[in-house]
Design a protein around this ligand. Structure first.
Ligand code: PEP
Ligand code: MG
Length: 574
């Protein structure tokens, strides 16, 4: 048995066989070949296999794809036999007498390079298509099976170096027992996706030798991974897994009760979601609305951003699930570790500090206007609120609000039904915004604190880097002071303040956040039942003094010690 330690990313225990997920292109060995005809045959066989696979993808994924997406699959198929690509590869094999892999690698690189040099979205997308098809050919030539995550024959624990949001969309959630990645921190998007799939996950375990099919145990609460566990260990974890599931069932049983503290304060417990399916699941788990709809996750598989009417339809569907309850939709937040195939971002030295989220929307106003119009229209007779991400200064906020006004004007001029009163709030996730919260507050209807980014920017610790994960603690007093300032500033201007960063669903943090007088708690749907349960056991007035002690601490350890003390003193069944 081997034990690995990583970052706890999603609670729960999973036991099962490992599926090693890797889409790396195998390294190419360059060789001269004595018989080019044989090599041509290998290449032609690979072309046939890739063509068949593309047709299969096309047939199986019809539901979620648009006409443009099908065109791309078709263009990729045509490339394989096209004179400029497939044809050049064949000529190279024949004239230079090199192996098929070397010819594919060279021609793919050259052609993709030519396309990417043209400053145009269409051509750079073609470059990505060429690299994609080249990778498929190389994997086929190396007999590396294409990973088909939509048709796993048994439930597995996925193990990967890293998982991007676009990797995970092809996963069949019913077959995923858990996730384990070599990189990442608790707030990296891999971890957030694991929580939204509702499966246990441990991230940032570092490079580990795990082979396909090996049995592992994941303890998502402790951040532990046991590879090839002994019979005894396995038995112990099976018992814990059963206990965990019984406790969970009990919490779900009372999830629809309101979250009112012992001294009568009613709190709003809402969910963070990235899809309509997740929004449905959140209703079942007792969420009283949506505190964060990450719209970029809705568009992950799209080669082009959806039209205004397609977006309207999605926002309308989510809002209809919640009736009068609030549904807060965040405008496009791309950049950093979230890339969309439909939004081309320029290469930047440091994308986390770059031209992302609201900054990009203020430049690509056509994209922003489309989304704003869809939201204002969907808000007609529905409780949709708009939330702007990544605001760093007052002038930036004013420019964004002008855009909202421009969208209203267009709709007014076109006599389209829309909600002129749609509330607009901002995320407080950049330290400058927290510091300036009193100046930002008069312009907005609400704040929602994004602790994931607030921690990474305040403590200068990349949220995707497991080496510095421990530094970016939401319990650091620097973060607590910024949260405190934000809540005070919001309340002084009569605005409510919520939190949609991962801290809001953290059991240990709840007494502290309650004591700081947070109004709304937004979290992964799976965390809702336990958070509501815990809030019902707390008293606002007791928590105020806990928060005061925490604000006065020197470091995160001291804050945790106070909160662990509070946890220990809670009644047995809570
Ligand atoms: C945050 O930064 O805390 C947040 C909720 O947004 P995201 O995790 O999508 O960056
Ligand atoms: Mg953020």
């Amino acid at each position: 048995m081997r034990q690995l330690t990583g970052v706890p990313a999603s609670d729960g225990i999973a036991i099962g066989p490992v599926f090693v997920y890797s889409v790396e292109v195998p390294p190419v060995e360059r060789r001269q070949v004595p018989d080019p005809a044989l090599e041509l045959q290998r290449f032609d066989d690979a072309v046939t296999a890739v063509t068949e696979r593309l047709i299969q993808i096309e047939q199986e994924t019809k539901g979620g794809y648009s006409a443009e997406d099908f065109e791309i699959l078709e263009v990729q198929r045509m490339l394989l036999t096209d004179d400029e690509y497939g044809g050049v590869i064949r000529t190279r094999i024949e004239t230079e007498r090199v192996n098929a892999e070397a010819a594919v690698e060279d021609v793919t690189r050259n052609l993709a390079q030519e396309f990417s040099e043209v400053e145009d979205d269409y051509f750079s997308q073609r470059a990505a298509d060429i690299r994609d098809i080249g990778g498929r050919l190389l994997r086929t030539l190396a007999n590396v099976a294409d990973i088909d995550m939509a048709h796993l024959d048994r439930p597995v624990i996925v193990y990967a170096h890293d998982l991007t949001p676009s990797d995970t969309i092809s996963f069949d959630p019913a077959k995923i027992l858990g996730l384990c990645t070599e990189t990442g921190s608790a707030t990296s998007h891999t971890a957030i996706l694991a929580r939204s799939l509702g499966v246990p996950a441990v991230v940032g375990v570092g490079a580990a030798e795990i082979t396909d099919g090996e049995e592992i145990v994941i303890d998502g609460g402790e951040g532990l991974v046991l590879v090839a566990p002994t019979q005894q260990m396995r038995g112990q974890y099976e018992v814990r897994m059963q206990q965990y599931s019984l406790e969970r069932d009990a919490l779900i049983g009372e999830a629809h009760e309101p979250a009112v503290t012992t001294d009568g304060r009613a709190l709003e417990v809402v969910a963070n979601v990235g899809s309509v399916v997740e929004a449905e699941r959140a209703v079942e788990l007792g969420a009283e609305g949506i505190g964060l709809l990450r719209t970029e996750f809705l568009f992950l598989e799209r080669r082009q951003l959806p039209s205004e009417s397609e977006q309207y339809e999605i926002y309308r569907r989510v809002a209809d699930l919640y009736g009068d309850k609030p549904v807060i939709v965040r405008t496009l937040d791309v950049g950093g570790d979230k890339q969309l195939p439909s939004v081309k971002l320029p290469h930047e030295q440091n994308p986390f500090l770059g031209h992302r989220a609201i900054r990009l929307c203020l430049e690509r106003t056509e994209l922003f206007q489309t989304q704003l119009r869809a939201l204002l229209r969907a808000g007609f007779e529905r409780n949709i609120l708009i939330m702007l991400p990544f605001v760093s200064t007052v002038p930036e906020l004013k420019r964004a609000l002008e855009q909202v006004e421009a969208a209203r004007e267009t709709l007014r001029a076109n006599s389209e039904p829309y909600n002129p009163e749609t509330k607009v709030g901002i995320m407080i996730e950049i330290p400058s915004a927290a510091v300036m919260a009193d100046k930002l507050a008069p312009y907005v209807d609400f704040f929602s604190i994004g602790t994931n980014d607030l921690c990474q920017y305040t403590l200068a610790a990349d949220r995707t880097n497991e080496q510095v994960a421990h530094i970016a603690s939401p319990f650091d007093p620097a973060i607590l002071r910024l949260i405190h300032m934000t809540i005070e500033a919001g309340h002084a201007h009569g605005k409510w303040v919520g939190m949609c960063g991962e801290m809001a669903g953290n059991q240990l943090a709840l007494p502290l956040l309650l004591g700081l007088k947070l109004d709304e708690f937004s979290m992964a749907p799976a965390a809702v039942p336990a958070a509501k349960h815990r809030l019902r056991t707390l008293s606002q007035s007791d928590c105020v003094s806990v928060a005061g002690q925490c604000l006065d601490c020197e470091d995160a350890e001291a804050v945790r010690a106070i909160l662990e003390g509070v946890q220990r003193d809670l009644p047995e069944d809570s």
